[in-house]
Design a binder for this molecule. Structure first.
Ligand SMILES: [Cu+2]
Length: 140
């Protein structure tokens, strides 16, 4: 009888552990599910959310200093500066903005012509200012 009780007790312990394990597993699955939801939402609305390209300005360069865009495809150029105010201008791409320090500046662009374009810093920032630019290639 004692042995039987011990057996039952062991079985119960095992069942409890199994329950805990499956709860942990379930929690894990739920977490993955939750993390997965925004990604799926993003995929569904990919066409509504323009691609974001982060560009950093500092004396006297933009990083990256070369990007490729697709004609007719809207993008957001997300601009920051690590030192001082810089300019960010392209006449053919139709934008002209400043990049003030301490904040993020978004420029929405939808190129309507294929070709090579240059974005320049048009806010005097020091001795190397004249050479501060980056290349944009717009492909069909
Ligand atoms: Cu400059």
């Amino acid at each position: 009888m004692a042995a039987q009780t011990e057996k039952t007790s062991k079985k119960m312990k095992k069942t409890t552990i199994n329950k805990i394990v499956s709860t942990i597993l379930l929690a894990g699955v739920c977490e993955i599910g939750l993390v997965g939801v925004p990604a799926i939402t993003n995929l569904t609305h990919a066409s509504d959310n323009p691609k974001v390209i982060e560009i950093t300005a500092k004396k006297f360069e933009f990083t990256p200093n070369e990007i490729t865009l697709k004609k007719g495809e809207p993008v957001i150029l997300r601009l920051t500066t690590t030192d001082r105010v810089h300019g960010f201008m392209s006449k053919p791409l139709k934008f002209d903005t400043d990049i003030p320090p301490g904040k993020t500046t978004d420029v929405a662009v939808t190129p309507d012509t294929a070709g090579d374009f240059t974005i320049i810093c048009d806010h005097y920032c020091g001795t190397g200012h004249g050479g501060m630019n980056m290349k944009v290639t717009v492909v069909e």
